[in-house]
Ligand binder design. Structure first.
Ligand code: SF4
Length: 230
């Protein structure tokens, strides 16, 4: 399993793992999603378990052809223990529907499984995970990929894309393109739905949503082709 996990990791991450504690020792061998989820609930491989309410593991069919990978759970996801159930999840649902992908056909997860936040008054404000936390948590995503074996992986936003494709990867330069990666046959990076929510005005928000749906439509075309051929 270690060899398989290493083969899924960019060289820079393998190097980092030599120095950073990761979740790998906590991952049960030959486990299905239910067992992985249970083990992840006890993970303390980085300090984020102290901040989040609970581990938010991925969700969806073990046989999903499409996997969507975001950054980390948000406030609502942290409270409910499920990925993409907050405002960004609602945007994602609308975009998937517009692109012709049923959410039941996809597996949704994050590259970091605990909510990282800082207080602002009574609110918990999202804080971007750092390279130590991303590297620590990466083995959980690798384990999900090994079980689900998705044919299409969509990386949502820069944190997920750089966590998988390397820190020099720029979503702004390569979004919507099919990329070479060991994690799946068809890999694409696009924006994160939360960035659509942060758009400065309605026109920008509509434009960003249209771009997001266009990218998902490319994934939908591959998904429907694979489905028809099986
Ligand atoms: S963020 Fe990931 S590695 Fe860190 S404690 Fe949570 S599950 Fe473990």
């Amino acid at each position: 399993m270690t060899r398989l996990l290493n083969s899924l990791m960019p060289a820079s991450n393998s190097y980092m793992c030599a120095r950073i504690q990761t979740a790998e020792p906590h991952i049960p061998r030959n486990a299905g999603l239910a067992e992985l989820r249970k083990a992840a609930a006890r993970c303390k491989a980085c300090d984020l378990w102290k901040l989040g309410t609970q581990t938010v593991f991925g969700e969806g069919s073990e046989h999903a052809r499409v996997m969507l990978v975001g950054e980390q759970p948000g406030d609502k996801e942290d409270r409910q223990g499920r990925p993409f159930v907050g405002p960004a999840g609602a945007v994602l649902d609308r975009a998937l529907a517009a692109a012709g992908i049923d959410r039941d056909d996809v597996y949704v997860t994050n590259i970091v499984k605990h909510f990282k936040w800082e207080p602002r008054g009574k609110r918990r404000i999202h804080k971007k995970p750092n390279v130590v936390e991303i590297t620590a948590c990466r083995p959980w995503l690798d384990a999900e990929i090994l079980v689900v074996r998705p044919e299409v992986v969509i990386l949502l936003g820069a944190t997920a894309a750089q966590g998988i494709l390397g820190r020099s990867f720029r979503v702004s330069q390569s979004r919507g393109q099919w990329l070479d990666s060991d994690i799946a046959k068809h890999v694409m990076a696009t924006g994160h739905p939360s960035s659509i929510l942060r758009a400065q005005d309605d026109d920008t928000r509509h434009e960003e949503m249209a771009r997001f749906v266009d990218d998902l439509r490319k994934a939908a075309a591959v998904f429907h082709r694979l489905k028809a051929a099986s």
